[in-house]
Design a protein around this ligand. Structure first.
Ligand SMILES: Cc1cc2nc3c(=O)[nH]c(=O)nc-3n(C[C@H](O)[C@H](O)[C@H](O)COP(=O)(O)OP(=O)(O)OC[C@H]3O[C@@H](n4cnc5c(N)ncnc54)[C@H](O)[C@@H]3O)c2cc1C
Length: 404
């Protein structure tokens, strides 16, 4: 077996939004950084995300401004700056699906939700849309609720992955499976690339950003000090065929989650796809695909009875959210990272928080006096050539999923 030594400042495992953002940031700061991806770029949670750059308003639904809503409030502005070419990372090539979203209430509102809609927080962050300005879908005379504009963009996740990865393809290696680490020593390990070549890697820090794959990586490193992961399963639903228009909207109820969140995308032939999450996806995990689709149809019939669903085709997507373990079924408030020796284990917990997570990790590297190999990326030592991974397709563009 051949062995090729490679020396880096930082190794990142996982080419989802979190790993790719960190790679771009660290290389910009002069750190010799290499990202290792075991599948395709964006293949984990990132391509299943709805692409909403949350600013926290919906998380304040239960009345209190939580740590989650404060941490996330700056995120729409951070992403917008990058998309306009004025931010920390150049995301001018990212496709904006919608500049904003709607929140709508339906006619059987609980008092809690009615109070939320009338609250000071809502008045400061959102604006009620009068009937003539509403998306056409909420102009039906059968619609009795209110619609608010939420100033948070929705982005195409495949274009995020490409925009982040394209300038750094030379620093992204396609690997086979999980590497072999010296027991409890993440600074030296051996990994096989997808063409079967073995590389000896020496790195000052090793950042685990492999989403659900972090569990295998922490097991391979073998330290009991590393954080434990929790998985939060979701059963998302998508539909296409004769849909009247693209919408980006949350139907709110007195729950930490919207009753329904709908984003719109396009399948391979450019046909509109509605992608549905929210409470529907959380409660649907024990249901079969058939049962979940039936419930989703009932939801749309009840919330938007004026929409003709006769020609629609439906499918379910089962996917886990990977997060740090919180206990008692709790969900994390914000992005998470833990430093244990040379290993940093991280989960952004939301795509929207990837910039914050990367900035926090950069700060911690500086605090621990990790010196960069070069002052700027043009001085970096050229990396040898190795195979690079493909980009993962968006799930609604994979025809095999539309079996119903
Ligand atoms: C259905 C759904 C909808 C969502 N919608 C939103 C939303 O609208 N807005 C929002 O802000 N957040 C959303 N999220 C959350 C968001 O998708 C995730 O927080 C985010 O994508 C996680 O990114 P990541 O890079 O940490 O992990 P992932 O995207 O899971 O990427 C991990 C990568 O690591 C790779 N990998 C795995 N094992 C290994 C290994 N051993 N070695 C190397 N590589 C490995 C995988 O192939 C993958 O490419 C949603 C999540 C889900 C599931």
């Amino acid at each position: 077996m051949t062995s090729h030594p490679l020396k880096c400042d930082v190794i990142i495992f996982g080419g989802g939004v979190a790993g790719l953002w960190l790679l771009a940031l660290l290389r910009q700061q002069g750190y010799q950084t290499l990202l290792l991806e075991a599948n395709a770029l964006g293949a984990g949670q990132t391509r299943f995300a709805q692409g909403i750059i949350h600013g926290g308003t919906k998380y304040a639904l239960l009345g209190k401004v939580t740590a989650s809503s404060e941490a996330i409030a700056a995120m729409p502005g951070v992403w917008r700056d990058c998309i306009q070419g004025n931010g920390i990372i150049d995301l001018k090539k990212v496709k904006v699906l919608s500049d904003n979203q709607c929140m709508w209430s339906h006619n059987t509102l609980s008092s809690k939700v009615a109070g939320f809609f009338a609250s000071k927080l809502m008045r400061s962050r959102t604006e009620e849309i009068q009937q003539q300005q509403r998306p056409a879908i909420f102009q039906s005379t059968l619609f009795k609720g209110k619609v608010y504009k939420l100033d948070e963009p929705v982005l195409d996740t495949a274009s995020i992955v490409r925009a982040l990865a394209a300038p750094h393809r030379d620093a992204i290696m396609h690997i086979k499976d999980t590497p072999w680490f010296e027991q409890n020593n993440a600074r030296h390990f051996e990994v096989e690339d997808s063409e079967g070549k073995t590389w000896q890697i020496e790195s000052q820090r090793c950042v685990l950003m492999a989403g659900q794959g972090n569990a295998d990586l922490t097991a391979a490193i073998g330290s009991s000090e590393l954080p434990v992961m929790q998985l939060r399963p979701l059963k998302m639903v998508m539909l296409r065929g004769g849909l009247p228009e693209k919408i980006y909207a949350h139907c709110l109820e007195a729950n930490v989650n919207p009753r329904l969140t709908i984003t719109s995308h396009e399948d391979n032939k450019g046909e509109v796809v509605w992608y549905m999450g929210g409470q529907l996806a959380e409660e649907g995990i024990e249901r079969s695909d058939k049962e979940q689709i039936k419930i989703a149809q009932q939801e749309l019939n009840s919330l938007m009875p004026w929409i003709d669903l006769q020609k629609t085709q439906w499918a379910c997507l089962d996917i886990n959210r990977a997060e740090p373990k919180m206990g008692k079924g709790k969900r994390p408030d914000t992005s998470f990272f833990n430093i244990s020796g040379a290993v940093i284990t991280a989960w952004p917990t939301k795509l929207a928080l990837a910039p914050k997570l990367a900035a926090d990790i950069l700060d911690s590297l500086k605090e621990t006096n990790l010196t960069s190999s070069a002052l700027n990326s043009s001085d970096l030592e050229a990396l040898p050539e190795f195979p690079t991974p493909d980009y993962a397709p968006l799930p609604w563009q994979e025809e095999f999923r539309w079996k119903n």
